[in-house]
Design a protein around this ligand. Structure first.
Ligand code: BTN
Length: 325
């Protein structure tokens, strides 16, 4: 898919029905033979385009691949997704987005890949990233905030993803697991990895990387995570459009992000509490070299986990690796 292919899709979609070859030639300033080559390339990329002899072309169906023109088609945002890039395969969308951020990519840029060869999770873990079924994307943010507030964005991205899942699959009840996961029926559906570049009192940029198990079937997970992870398809018994999930995420996240930037986290604490995967549970938490045991009693106003370890007041954790015991 190149930029002209995408333009052809947009013209066919804007036309609504049959779009004449003449119109396409005029808009694209090219010959009929050149237009046909782009139609052919689009068909090879999975688009169903009907040729209507004597009258033109009609877009009958689009593949569920997050090509930029497909993502833009569902967006209702002003900033997030203003620039979208799709890669068939890459090492890590977070790594690639960080390089683009250093080169000056604008706030709201999105990089999405069909597959990753070195998808990264927290604590140097790998993120299983096979092609054709899941979502792997990174969103570039340039918030004018102090670095210590940045972890709140992983929580809020989790909230936006939970909302996006609810929009597409109202029968599901996704939960946000502090500090950076989304769980479904007790298993991990999505992980969020925030990479930050900052100085002591200023964030330069933040890359919010999101991996979602969308259409992987239960038997496709590697054995080491198969009991711990799930996908939307595994829970629902049917496939879910991953492009629509990406746009639903961006549509959900933008107002949350804007409100957070203007007024902070407080407005989102009640919903984070309702959707909490950890609330009331007994936990083992690794914080650096320290191992803590306690009961999750909520989130602090800073987005820290409040853990009742039996002392006079709960401990506020700003980061940690959490396991339910
Ligand atoms: C975790 O659970 O530890 C976080 C996993 C984050 C995975 C996503 S996939 C898209 C983006 N690119 C990466 O290399 N990682 C994140």
């Amino acid at each position: 898919m190149n930029l002209i292919d995408e333009r052809v899709v947009e013209l066919l979609r804007a036309g609504g029905g049959i779009v004449s070859g003449e119109r396409l030639c005029g808009e694209l300033e090219m010959t009929r033979a050149a237009v046909w080559k782009h139609i052919d390339a689009l068909r090879k990329a999975g688009y169903r385009i009907d040729s209507c002899p004597g009258s033109g072309y009609r877009l009958a169906a689009a593949p569920d691949v997050p090509f930029p023109c497909e993502v833009r088609n569902g967006l209702k945002t002003t900033c997030l997704g203003a620039a979208v890039e799709f890669l068939e395969t890459t090492d890590s969308t977070n790594r690639q987005m960080a390089a683009r951020a250093r080169a000056g990519a604008p706030h709201g840029s999105v990089l999405v890949a069909d597959a990753q060869t070195a998808g990264r999770g927290r604590m140097a873990r790998q993120w299983f990233s096979p092609p054709g079924s899941n979502l792997y994307f990174s969103l570039l943010l340039r918030p004018d905030v102090v670095p210590m507030k940045a972890p709140q964005l992983a929580l809020l991205a989790g909230l936006a993803l939970a909302r996006a899942v609810e929009t597409l699959c109202p029968e599901l009840t996704p939960k946000v697991k502090w500090p950076n996961d989304v769980f479904l029926n007790g298993k991990k559906l999505s992980g969020i990895l925030c990479d930050m570049d900052a100085e002591t009192d200023r964030v330069h940029y933040l890359v919010v990387g999101v991996g979602v198990n969308v259409n992987l079937s239960a038997d496709e997970f590697p054995p080491e995570i198969s009991g711990l992870a799930t996908s939307l398809r595994a829970e629902l018994g049917k496939t879910v459009p991953r492009t629509a999930l990406l746009t639903a995420f961006l549509n959900a996240f933008e107002p949350i992000y804007e409100s957070w930037l203007a007024d902070g986290l407080a407005a989102w604490l009640p919903e984070l509490g309702e959707k909490s995967h950890l609330a009331g549970r007994e936990l083992a938490v690794e914080v650096g070299r320290e191992s803590l045991h306690g009961r999750a009693v909520g989130l602090s106003c800073n987005g820290g986990l409040l853990l009742d370890c039996g002392g006079t007041s709960p401990r506020e954790l700003v980061c940690g690796d959490v396991r339910i015991v």
